[in-house]
Ligand binder design. Structure first.
Ligand code: SF4
Length: 358
């Protein structure tokens, strides 16, 4: 049994402007100890998916249908009290903004120790010891002295490390990390992502990592789901996604990976913006931005297809994409070549040069 199984999840927000379908019929699974990435631009539905897993969708939002099974139990059928005992305990979270996650009036150490006392039934001395060990383990120097520092005395990178320590403090099985390094500069970001990946292995914890950046996915994840306008448009093991992306939107995201220091300024973006979720374009909702769009793309909404069986993808499907090319076929086909060269993220380069494939 997978650790987390999300099946046919639909989440809507009832706003004055209309009904926003933020997540539409989404299915995926995460196995124990696995690092699963969810990538897409803002408005793709990534964060709403994360909040749903934590059952934190608030009015005017509503989980309309689907199941979210954690260790086989449907979170959507549990009482608020049952969910609260799972949240922060078996499922922990790391959000983008460390400053809002840390309370400015308590010391960093006190906050982590309190969570340990509360969730794990530790005495205060034991909780303090465990906190210091964790602060040390996430790379905070002189952890014992830093225990008594207030959040404002920590740099942004240190604060994010403290949040990771807090997430790990109760020995969770799953960490949901929503853009955990976006606010940090590139060097610190790379260090923290490495650390997060290593800690996940050491603590045998699964991660659902949400980001807009495929470079971040490459650094951390085993498998990835690409989302667009509330739906999954591609699912793949990370290596396959980089070698052989199957959806034009994924190709667009790849060409948006910033190549730091590249003098040719290869940073490209996908033209246009995410559509209005109240009034999605007809057919494939990516068609107004897609360089391969044909007339039939405006008529047919392509299902997510298992690329091995050509059948509709299910929760177990490893390799899937949602494009007319894989159902009716496009008359001109998907004519792109993937070329990732130059000083890209080290992991991506390894993949593309074949280093880690052998
Ligand atoms: S269905 Fe058409 S518009 Fe949509 S991604 Fe495929 S080619 Fe592009």
């Amino acid at each position: 049994m997978a650790l987390l199984e999300v099946e046919d999840l639909t989440v809507r927000f009832y706003t004055q402007e209309g009904v926003v379908t933020a997540v539409d019929g989404l299915s995926y699974r995460i196995d124990s100890g696995e690092k699963f990435g969810v990538v897409g631009e803002s408005g793709a539905g990534k964060s709403v998916t994360a909040l749903s897993v934590l059952r934190l969708i608030e009015s005017p939002g509503r989980i309309e249908s689907g199941e979210i099974r954690f260790k086989g139990e449907n979170l959507l059928e549990m009482s608020e009290e049952e969910v609260r005992s799972i949240r922060g305990n078996e499922i922990a979270m790391i959000f983008q903004d460390a400053q809002t996650a840390l309370n400015p009036v308590y010391t960093v150490g006190e906050q982590i120790a309190e969570a340990i006392e509360h969730h794990m039934d530790y005495g205060s001395a034991e909780a303090r010891d465990r906190t210091i060990q964790l602060l040390d383990r996430v790379g905070i120097p002189e952890a014992e002295e830093r225990f008594s520092d207030y959040p404002h005395e920590f740099s942004g990178g240190m604060q994010q490390r403290a949040i990771i320590a807090m997430a790990l403090s109760c020995d969770p099985d799953l960490i949901v990390a929503d853009e955990p390094t976006t606010a940090l500069d590139v060097t610190i970001e790379a260090q923290i992502l490495d650390e997060l990946s290593e800690l996940a292995d050491d603590f045998d914890v699964a991660i659902q990592l949400i980001t807009h950046d495929l470079g971040v996915i490459a650094q951390v994840c085993d498998r990835v789901m690409v989302m667009y306008a509330g739906k999954p448009v591609e699912k793949a093991p990370v290596e396959d996604l980089y070698y052989d992306p199957k959806h034009p939107y994924t190709v667009g995201l790849m060409s948006s990976i910033p190549r730091v220091g590249d003098p040719r300024d290869r940073l490209q973006t996908i033209p246009g913006t995410m559509p209005d979720l109240v009034e999605l374009p007809s057919g494939c909702s990516f068609h107004p931005r897609c360089p391969f769009a044909e007339e039939k793309c405006t008529r047919t909404e392509p299902p997510l297809v298992d690329l091995e069986t050509d059948r509709e993808a299910g929760i177990e499907t490893e390799r899937a994409a949602a494009c007319v090319e894989y159902t009716e076929g496009l008359s001109r086909g998907l004519d792109y070549t993937v070329e990732v060269d130059g000083p890209v993220d080290e992991t991506v380069r390894q993949y593309v040069e074949g280093g880690s494939r052998e």
